[in-house]
Design a protein around this ligand. Sequence first.
Ligand SMILES: Nc1ncnc2c1ncn2[C@@H]1O[C@H](COP(=O)(O)OP(=O)(O)OP(=O)(O)O)[C@@H](O)[C@H]1O
Ligand SMILES: [Mg+2]
Length: 321
Amino acid sequence: MSDTVIEVEGLVKKYGDFTAVDGINFTVNAGEVFSLLGPNGAGKTTTVEIMECLRTLTGGRVHILGMDVTKDALKIKNRIGVLPQDFNAFELLTVKENIEYFGGMFDRQLPADDLIKAMDLTEKRDEYFKNLSGGLKQRTGVAISMVNDPEIIFLDEPTTGLDPRARRDVWAVVKGLRERGKTVILTTHYMEEAEVLSDRLGIIDHGKFIALGTPRQIIDTHGTGSRCIISNCDNSCSTTLKEQWPTLESKGGDIIIRLENKNALPEIIYALDRSGGNYDQIQVTRPTLEDVFLALTGKKLATEEPEPEIGKKKRSKRRGD
Ligand SMILES: Nc1ncnc2c1ncn2[C@@H]1O[C@H](COP(=O)(O)OP(=O)(O)OP(=O)(O)O)[C@@H](O)[C@H]1O
Ligand SMILES: [Mg+2]
């Protein structure tokens, strides 16, 4: 059985009268990638920064590696690594100098060159931080977060503001951390990212979990079933389909039918054949975490690719307790 390295029970955080985190519960096992997925202001950073001993909690209990965040902050900080949401390093230090600088804060530190190699930054080792692209800055940030050889690494929105290619590079880094046996806590508002990278995740909205489990479990529990998309249906196809599936959706020339059971797909194909009409192709899509979020909250999470502006964070925010 796996060891539990994080236990969060009834966690509450209030800022004055405002409740930012409203009684959430979860555990994380050693070696897992666990994500907090949710829109802006959902309470992700507040939750992770309480686990990182950077903010105080209002209620509940949080244990990291068996230690209480309210009592053992220093010991916890020595055994975790953190990439904060608005991460920045010293502009006029090189990649290697930055890693060594931050390493100097810990009793135990890994050699900078090993981290540079692990993060595939060898070519940029002697480059000033300010000259790096957004993706390379984030990889330097992950290298810094690993400098004390932590057991748990917190990555708060490591891909926000990156272009699609740099995002994929950061995904490879997260997968690499998992392969090294690290426990990773990731926050994101990109559902695809959470689906691809997480062993388990919690979907958070207004400080509460609205779903918790593996991506598969969440989709199976809350998803609305697979969909069949028939593209470029002519009139006879759509008339025949509408007779049998009166609630189908039409988008342009495409018809979308929810597959309620395993017979539905052969029935659709038979109906199309019977209609004698024309269509381009039939495609079956599984529900995604985005569909789950929409079904549970009635609103959309971020679906669009981030702006291709490299190295810029999207906003600033009040920080601290
Ligand atoms: N120091 C603070 N003082 C007052 N309110 C705060 C403070 N920090 C966060 N909040 C509020 O608490 C809520 C949760 O914020 P938090 O930063 O945890 O969300 P988040 O999920 O990380 O959002 P984002 O995706 O934008 O980073 C927001 O409404 C935010 O405005
Ligand atoms: Mg945040």
